[in-house]
Write a protein that binds this ligand. Structure first.
Ligand code: DX5
Ligand code: ZN
Length: 220
């Protein structure tokens, strides 16, 4: 079986020591950098924007996975490409013309992702699944790190895995929010491909060791 991926979320990093934390991920066993952009409109929080993303990508040496929690994301697709995004994920709930947004992301040479809030059924992706490289299932309500994992997520992973198989799609399933080494094995067993982890990695006494622990789970 293909090894599953670990994506530490920079939202939980120490922004006063951003380069240090980026270098820590570079030398860790993590696969991707997960980067949360929030606009204070789509979600009740503002994280950081383009200049900080540029600072991150100038040091990062792994896949840049950008999760946009912003309204009308089409405005910035070209900008995020120019800033170094490899994957660009938009929220289903923020896109009036999701199919068009996905095409625009792929046209820029990026992998196209769709994130679903906890209340949004995976079935709403039945007609676009072949256009989607990555589905990000939110396992907390987006906007903040450090929240409690929503258990219903397992059910959504299984339904999404079934949809991907039925459609012959190669979409990856990413889980975002409250991921720890406790729920990681069951998430992978349910069909997850990518685990995002913010607080669990950065609040650990030994983040490198914590990433290794997650990667070992991902490899089993
Ligand atoms: C929440 C963000 C997550 C967040 C996860 O809106 O999308 O990526 O950083 O943080 P933890 O792992 O602390 O729940
Ligand atoms: Zn995220």
């Amino acid at each position: 079986m293909k090894s599953k991926l670990i994506a530490p979320s920079i939202l939980a990093a120490d922004f006063g020591n951003l380069q240090r934390d980026v270098e820590m991920i570079n030398k860790s066993e993590a696969d991707w950098f997960h980067i949360d952009i929030m606009d204070g409109v789509f979600v009740p929080n503002i994280s950081f924007g383009m200049p900080v993303l540029e600072a991150i990508t100038s040091h990062a040496r792994k896949t840049i996975d950008v999760h946009l929690m912003i309204v009308d994301p089409d405005r910035y697709i070209k900008t995020f490409k120019a800033l170094g995004a490899d994957n660009l994920t938009v929220h289903y709930e923020a896109c009036t013309h999701l199919h068009r947004s996905l095409q625009a992301i792929r046209a820029e040479g990026m992998k196209a992702g769709v994130a679903l809030n906890p209340h949004t059924p995976v079935e709403l992706l039945e007609d676009t699944i072949k256009e989607i490289d990555l589905v990000c299932l939110m396992s907390v309500n987006p906007g903040f790190g450090g929240q409690k994992f929503i258990e219903h997520t397992y059910n959504k992973v299984r339904r999404l895995r079934d949809m991907i198989q039925r459609n012959g799609a190669s979409t990856l399933i990413e889980i975002d929010g409250g991921v720890t080494s406790t729920n990681a094995p069951a998430l992978i067993a349910a069909g997850a491909d990518v685990l995002v982890a913010g607080s669990f990695v950065f609040k650990a006494t030994d983040p490198l060791e914590t990433i290794k622990e997650l990667k070992n789970i991902a490899n089993t």
